[in-house]
Design a protein. Structure first.
Length: 285
């Protein structure tokens, strides 16, 4: 597979959203890299031209939400070809997708839905990852999901499932630390066990984000991965564990709902950058 220029450094970046396009163009913040949702730029127009202008100054990663790698249906070839064209145009340092499904019978659903963790689902995901990497002619990363329910007939722990996908396809893993915390709290998992099961050489990126809590009838509390607030202290602590296990890894701070002014997002970025710097110093010591 060919190598692309503008590799993503083992440093902290931010998710670039439309609300911050002009602010980034004007202020040129000192973030190491930026990540965008691929589907927001498939239609061309002013947003794509803005991304190209920003791309001249920053490494960029493309994070997809629409390939539906876990769908029992075949991949949407037209959608995959549009992603390929965007990759060719932007030359991102990383390309990633979610371990989820979001389409059935040609109809797209407005959510990233959980998979049954079974051998059959594993074979489907691996086939789709192989196809995606062949079309894009590059390695992709797959992101662990956040979830609120589990299928009773799942037979493979989620952390073993995603590690198996990486092993069978050669893809990398986008380790979303917030998602691990959310799912661990919702299902009673041990987040440390989840982290320890992920193969360190496969970790190509880490995501950080905020989440909310909701109390259900009966007093049960569920955590919602809404990317609408600052990173929780428990997630920062889990991130420190991830860095201790994986070493310095490109790290992204996401904020997708209730998007704040750019300086608020940059304060979260600065926290991630400081923890990464501490890891760098520990590695060099």
């Amino acid at each position: 597979m060919r190598h692309f220029r503008g590799a993503i450094p083992a440093a902290a970046g931010i998710g670039l959203r439309f609300q911050h396009h002009q602010g980034v163009l004007d202020a040129r913040p000192a973030v190491a890299w930026l990540e965008v949702h691929s589907e927001n730029y498939l239609g061309g127009g002013p947003s794509l031209h803005t991304l190209e202008a920003i791309r001249r100054d920053y490494p960029v990663s493309l994070h997809g939400v629409g390939l539906s790698l876990g769908s029992a249906d075949a991949l949407d070839g037209e959608h995959l070809e549009r992603i390929r064209a965007l990759v060719h145009r932007i030359e991102p340092g990383l390309v990633s997708e979610h371990l989820s499904w979001s389409s059935v019978g040609g109809h797209y659903l407005a959510d990233l839905l959980p998979l049954p963790m079974t051998d059959e689902a594993l074979a489907i995901v691996c086939r789709h990852v192989d196809e995606t990497q062949e079309v894009l002619q590059r390695r992709i990363l797959i992101e662990n999901p956040s979830s609120y329910l589990r299928f009773k007939h799942s037979t493979i722990p989620e952390w073993e499932f995603i590690a198996a996908v990486a092993r069978r396809t050669g893809c990398g893993i986008l380790c979303d630390v917030n998602n691990i915390h959310v799912s661990a709290c919702n299902h009673g998992w041990d987040a440390g066990v989840y982290l320890a099961a992920l193969p360190a050489p496969a970790i190509g990126e880490i995501h950080l984000a905020g989440h909310s809590t909701r109390q259900l009838e009966g007093g049960q509390v569920i955590r919602i991965d809404d990317h609408g607030s600052r990173v929780a202290p428990e997630v920062w602590a889990l991130y420190a564990q991830a860095l201790a296990r994986f070493g310095p890894v490109p790290t992204l701070v996401e904020w997708d709902t209730n998007v704040p002014p750019l300086d608020v997002l940059l304060s979260e970025w600065a926290h991630a950058a400081a923890l990464l710097a501490e890891t760098d110093h520990a590695v060099l010591a």
